[in-house]
Design a protein around this ligand. Structure first.
Ligand code: ARG
Length: 439
């Protein structure tokens, strides 16, 4: 049953067989494996390494295998080493001798590199679609909520912003995430098929043909590189990690904002859970899970980086360990983007509480300094004058805009009646380049 049994005198130890098998993990590559084999067979026929009828028989049977897997009549299971062995063994079972010609001018090394590239490319496009969905939810929520709120630095109230501007910050981050994945796809879009085990093949094959049929821009230049690097998975996983970092920060804000302390938003019941003991609890579990799963995606990236770091060229079996972390990171980023998008589109915004929060924390102090600058005071002096106004406000427990003109003038005589308009929160949003906050 082994693809490589010929040179062995004894049977493989059962423990070793299980240890070596990757079928349960790489079975999800079945469709790419079969499509890759079909392209390979088409090329072998064109290069006269297989006859038309041999090609036809293999092709037909591969398609029936694909169909049977998809409709559930053929289960991917058994003592097979990996998905490549499973497909070839099934083919042999179905058409006999001819199946043995499929692997002409091919190694599992270029085969697996091909399968995972095809799979990663398709799934990366799905990640891009998920990013775009989340961007859409953010944009809709932002447009519907062009409302004032406190902006923070160090989680201390700092200056006024709008919820729209705040949410659109994430839109911009995701835009770069989308481009990063797109760039990774462009870079990985070369075919490793035909690189063989590590040194090509003595057969005159047509690598351009398979590259084109499988949707790649060209065959890879270097055989050793083609079978031995997994940088494209690392690049995608770096992209996934950055996406997770962004959605994790957003999660953290949703968690804070939905707390009693902030009460800026409420997360829809559909994306919250309760407590088994405290009847009143509604917990932001979806956001917490996204924040938690971020660590898992970073872990997958680190895992493959570490696997790859000491490997001599070309293929080493260590590289079979590329799939689990990649699949896990991929599944995680897809589900997190989807849940986040739904959570954003269904959350309710408490505009009143945001507005109230603006009143406390001297969010217009910087604008008082700007006002003084407009009266000719140097900014550093203005900064210090406003510092003393803030101390006065703290002592009298009043916001700046509630001080009387006499109180203000006693700190600095340049202050006039027009200050009140200048530091009105809504007016602030209309001044200078701040109008961007409203756009
Ligand atoms: N299951 C293997 C992997 O995922 C396929 C390649 C095996 N190649 C070999 N020379 N043993 O890497």
């Amino acid at each position: 049953m082994k693809l490589w049994g010929g040179r062995f005198r004894e049977e493989e130890n059962k423990l070793m067989e299980d240890f070596n098998s990757s079928l349960q993990v790489d079975k999800r590559l079945y469709s790419e494996d079969i499509k890759g084999s079909i392209a390979h067979v088409n090329m072998l026929v064109k290069c006269e390494l297989l006859t038309q009828s041999e090609g036809e028989s293999i092709r037909k049977s591969l398609l029936s295998i694909l169909e049977d897997i998809e409709n559930g009549t053929l289960l991917i299971e058994g003592d097979f080493e990996d998905i490549h062995s499973f497909v070839e063994a099934t083919l042999t079972e179905r058409i006999g001798e001819t199946a043995k010609k499929l692997h002409t001018a091919r190694s599992r090394n270029d085969q697996v590199a091909l399968d995972i590239r095809l799979y990663a490319k398709n799934k990366a496009l799905e990640v891009i679609e998920h990013i775009e969905d989340l961007q859409h939810s953010l944009e809709q929520k932002a447009k519907a909520n062009n409302v004032i709120m406190p902006g923070y630095t160090h989680l201390q109230r700092a200056q006024v912003v709008t919820l729209k501007h705040h949410l659109m910050a994430y839109f911009s981050m995701l835009d770069r995430d989308r481009k990063r994945i797109h760039n990774a796809i462009e870079m990985m879009n070369e075919s490793p098929l035909g690189c063989g085990a590590l040194a090509g093949t003595t057969h005159t094959i047509d690598r351009e043909m398979t590259a084109e049929e499988l949707g790649f821009s060209k065959p890879m230049n270097n055989f050793l590189d083609g079978v031995s690097d997994r940088d494209y998975l690392l690049e995608l996983m770096s992209g996934f990690s950055i996406i997770m970092m962004h959605v994790s920060r957003l999660s953290e804000e949703l968690i804070l904002w939905s707390s009693q302390e902030f009460k800026f938003i409420s997360i829809d019941d559909a994306y919250s859970t309760g407590s088994s003991i405290m009847p009143q609890k509604k917990n932001p579990d979806a956001a917490e899970l996204i924040r938690g799963k971020t660590g898992r995606v970073y872990g997958s990236l680190t895992s493959l980086l570490t696997t790859m770091k000491g490997l001599p060229l070309a293929y080493n079996k260590d590289m079979q360990e590329d799939k689990e972390p990649f699949f896990d990171a991929l599944d995680t980023v897809l589900s997190c983007l989807e849940i986040m998008s739904k959570m954003i589109s269904t959350m309710k915004v408490n505009t009143e509480n945001m507005k109230k929060a603006v009143k406390y924390g001297f969010l217009n102090a910087t604008e008082v300094a700007d006002y003084l600058v407009s009266k000719g005071v140097a900014f550093r002096d203005a900064h210090s004058i406003v510092g003393s106004i803030v101390i006065y406000c703290e002592d009298t427990n009043k916001p700046i805009e509630e001080l009387t003109l006499d109180e203000l003038k006693s700190v600095n005589p340049l202050i006039d009646e027009d200050l009140y308009d200048f530091i009105d929160y809504q007016n602030i949003l209309n001044k200078g380049i701040k109008v961007n906050l409203l756009k």
